[in-house]
Design a protein around this ligand. Sequence first.
Ligand code: GLN
Length: 247
Amino acid sequence: MADRVLRVCALYPDLMNIYADRGNITVLERRCAWRGIGFELAGATVGDDIDPDVHDLFYIGGGQDRDQALCARDLADRKREALHAAAGRGAVVFAVCGGYQLLGHGYELDGERLPGASLVDLETVREPGERLIGNVAIEIDLPGGPPVLAGFENHGGRTYLGEGTTALGSVIRGFGNNGRDGREGVRGGPHGTVVGTYIHGPLLPKNTAFADWLTATALGVDPSSLSPLDDELEAAAHRAARRAAGV
Ligand code: GLN
């Protein structure tokens, strides 16, 4: 049996999985397998309780507004406390696009306000105007993480970070959180382990060093302690995503 196990819980895998975001989980699973690290995957959807102590990484993918509406209340009422407890002990909460929006206080659209988990201080608003769509690259600064993330974004909501809230990165190309302030994503929580981003594509196959950062952080080890893998293809995919973004 593997002496280390990454225990992942996918939240709303049936509803929040646009743009093949499930591929992100496959990347985590494969890289653990190649390294001899155990991997456990659980799922929790509307109506399910979650245990903050039995997972190292919670994942929420992207979703359309109507899918978000189906799970926002459940997230805020039924899972919020457990997610705060998990982040409080250093578990990773990682969310993409629609999931990212729900990490904050709320998502306002069409005169309605979907509640969020309030794990980080941010608000999302569906303002009049075009959707923010295209290739994106951001510069990030994570201990032992990669310098650049590249991928694709497609969101109608604009996200605004509260004062003192740290972005995941700064936009090199693309729109980022709102197309205005040059910030992309969020990194917060008591241990800096709550991470959200608008980047899909899915994100992790093209940014495996970031996948490793998430894995290492969830396991409580330094990313440099993970054994190296042959990432030739993944590095080519990363370069292609950067080129697509013009970086
Ligand atoms: N429904 C959200 C929006 O349009 C998120 C979309 C997504 O996850 N791609 O802003």
